[in-house]
Design a protein around this ligand. Structure first.
Ligand code: NDP
Length: 340
């Protein structure tokens, strides 16, 4: 039997965690032969609810769960963790401006970054789900100077999965028929779902759909899918978010099998994006690492969309720049960033 890996989840009593914890425990993240120790974090008022979730995890008698602990502080919760899902975040309150939301979350994620820096495994892989996810990941990474910034990523895999699923549905194809869809930029309405490289059944996707549908219907539908789901079911898209978080981390750790997926990662300036912001790129995962796909053709239409979402991320960084520690050297290496 393999040694257990330690998995931290913040916001562990929340809606997304209510799905993801059971998937991790069932072996959907790391396989049916990999035991896990769950280190669950919550804020003090949610610890009672978290205890209820733990009771349910115990009641499932999952063979792969080698331990469960609960924590109301990141220093204990992140001790020796190999994987960290940062899901809990301060939601926008009534009358709260976006800048206030960024600042409130900056406090949470700077503390979590410091704790990961001081207590997590040196190989820890971090996925930020809590919004504004890209800038929260930037804050956490910048507060962890002893870790590689590339260990901090944010989730655009749900946007990627939505882009695949909605296109497949439109063409009456299977999701497995769809390849090379790309989400560029921020997990926000400025994100750019790009079909210029995509294929469906090995033929160019854009040759199979109407251009007006692509620009005026598909792109906004993907980008605003979260709001549409809240409107329809009166609750947020927690199950699909949990599945996407599993997909992101599983591919990063076990490989994407040569497939292109979207991950928000620290920009090295590729495609003219501001260096250092956490920008969603097309990546291929192998050997426990990801590499940004280079050489993707960028049309004038795409360039404008990619710049718009880049500007938003630069603005978000500007809103919290006072709270960022001095920039550490970004340690990109040849293995992780080859030119295609
Ligand atoms: P959820 O589990 O539904 O959501 C958690 C985070 O994920 C939010 O930032 C949310 O963003 C984001 N998110 C939700 N749906 C999606 C989606 N479809 N795609 C991408 N991101 C998504 O929230 P709950 O309120 O149920 O649970 C949050 C938990 O976090 C609570 O238990 C709370 O106690 C805890 N918490 C922890 C904090 C901390 O660690 N210091 C701080 C604050 C809360 P959005 O808000 O935009 O929907």
């Amino acid at each position: 039997m393999k040694q257990p890996l330690r998995i931290a989840v913040t916001g562990a009593a929340g809606a997304i965690s209510y799905t993801i914890l059971f998937k991790i425990a069932a072996g959907e993240l790391l396989g049916k032969d990999q035991p896990v120790i769950l280190q669950l974090l919550e804020i003090p008022p949610a610890m009672k609810a978290l205890n209820g979730v733990v009771m349910e995890l115990i009641d499932c008698a999952f063979p792969l769960v080698a331990g469960i602990s609960t924590h109301d502080n990141p220093e204990d919760g992140f001790k020796d963790v190999d994987v960290a899902f940062l899901i809990g975040a301060r939601p926008r309150g009534p009358g709260m401006e976006r800048a206030d939301l960024l600042k409130e979350n900056a406090k949470i994620f700077s503390g979590q970054g410091k704790a990961l820096n001081n207590f997590a495994s040196r190989q820890v892989r971090v996925l930020v789900v809590g919004n504004p996810a890209n800038t929260n990941a930037l804050i956490a990474g910048r507060n962890a100077p002893d870790l590689d910034p590339r260990q901090f990523t944010a989730m655009t895999r749900l946007d990627h999965n939505r882009a695949v699923g909605i296109l497949a549905n439109h063409l009456s194809a299977a999701p497995t028929d769809v390849e090379n869809v790309i989400i560029w930029g921020n997990h926000s309405p400025t994100q750019y779902p790009d079909l210029h490289k995509a294929t469906v059944k090995d033929l160019p996707a854009l040759a199979q759909v109407d251009r007006t549908w692509y620009e005026n219907d598909y792109i906004p539908t993907v980008a605003k899918r979260g709001a549409a789901i809240i409107d329809a079911r009166g609750a947020s898209s927690a199950a699909s978010a949990a599945q996407a978080a599993i997909d992101h981390m599983r591919d990063w750790m076990l490989g994407s099998g040569g497939k292109v997926v979207s991950m928000a990662v620290p920009s090295d300036g590729s495609y003219g994006i501001a260096s250092g912001v956490i920008y969603s790129y097309p990546v291929v995962c192998a050997d426990g690492d990801y590499r940004v796909l280079q050489g993707v053709p960028v049309s004038d239409f795409s360039r404008g969309k990619m710049a718009e979402t880049n500007h938003e991320l630069v603005d978000e960084r500007g809103a919290i720049v006072d709270l960022l520690p001095a920039e550490t050297e970004v340690k990109f290496n040849a293995v992780s960033h080859p030119t295609a």
